[in-house]
Design a protein around this ligand. Structure first.
Ligand SMILES: [Fe+2]
Length: 284
């Protein structure tokens, strides 16, 4: 039987790549890079065979899509922020078998789920940036999942639940990663350069900190109750649907686990970011 052996909410901000590759910015996101290293150690300790990444930069408008290609290899430059993130080489094994099982499980519940295999479909940086560090050495397969910007939190919680069912029926040890922001109010253009290391608004900062308190205290039902409004009022990245998928996979209101903070809360270009694991015991 398969199992979710790691679950986490993770950052993917391009300032991490700047910190890693540009002398002028060296070290500005060291805490995120260190957090990725801890996530890598946690994944290796747990025997992760496949990373499923809910990628808020692979944004779809209809249905539930997985990138089911057997291999993901190319060089990536961001079309959104090419001055921040360019020339990222990648080469990972995909997981077509697990993708097919997930699609069949979701289709069995009347979800419009689709496994994509077009050779021209590349990966986005919500997957690539964290994988560069967490999956260093390409020790595990990578299965990117698109995030639907027009689906509801409730739909994504259900899709996450079904996805966990499919993982349980597979032979894989899986890490599920929600790759996206907490609050996500980018600075307006005229403030974007000076705002690289700050949050856009005290309201968003306070909401993010309160959410992290709820997570630390295990107050999952209250968090899930506020999630749709939190996403709306704090400019959720892709509607915070990556978070909804993650919590669905963890059991939603039945979840009773604890968090481990690998990278404490930090602001980047106006947005709020963390690397936090959720204990997956009893999931699968
Ligand atoms: Fe993002």
């Amino acid at each position: 039987m398969g199992q979710i052996v790691q679950a986490a909410k993770i950052t993917h901000v391009p300032t991490i790549w700047m910190s890693h590759t540009m002398e002028k910015y060296r070290g500005i996101r060291q805490s995120a890079i260190d957090g990725y290293a801890r996530l890598r150690a946690e994944a290796q300790e747990a025997g992760v065979e496949t990373f499923i990444v809910f990628d808020t930069h692979w944004i779809v408008n209809q249905g539930f899509h997985l990138n089911a290609k057997p291999r993901h290899a190319d060089t990536f430059t961001s079309h959104e922020l090419p001055h921040m993130l360019a020339g990222l080489d990648y080469d990972y094994r995909g997981d077509p078998e697990l993708a097919e099982l997930i699609v069949k499980t979701l289709q069995g519940a009347d979800v419009r789920a689709l496994a994509q295999t077009d050779e021209n479909l590349g990966l986005e940086y919500g997957t690539l940036l964290p994988m560069h560090f967490i999956n260093q050495g390409s020790f595990a397969r990578v299965l990117p999942v698109a995030v639907n910007q027009f689906a509801s939190i409730a739909e994504n919680l259900e899709w996450g639940r079904l996805l966990a069912q499919a993982i349980a029926a597979s032979g894989r040890k899986v890490s599920v990663l929600a790759s996206g922001s907490l609050s996500h109010a980018f600075w307006p253009n005229d403030k974007s350069a000076e705002g690289i290391n700050s949050i856009n608004g005290e309201f968003n900062r306070q909401m993010d900190l309160r959410v992290l308190e709820l997570w630390e205290q295990g107050r999952w039902v209250e968090f899930l109750d506020m999630l749709p409004e939190y996403a709306e009022k704090c400019a959720g990245e892709c509607g915070m649907n990556d978070t909804a998928l993650l919590f669905g996979a963890l059991g939603a209101a039945d979840y009773a686990g604890q968090i481990t903070t690998h990278t404490p809360y930090f602001p980047s270009s106006g947005t709020g970011q963390v690397n936090i694991s959720f204990s997956p015991a009893g999931v699968a």
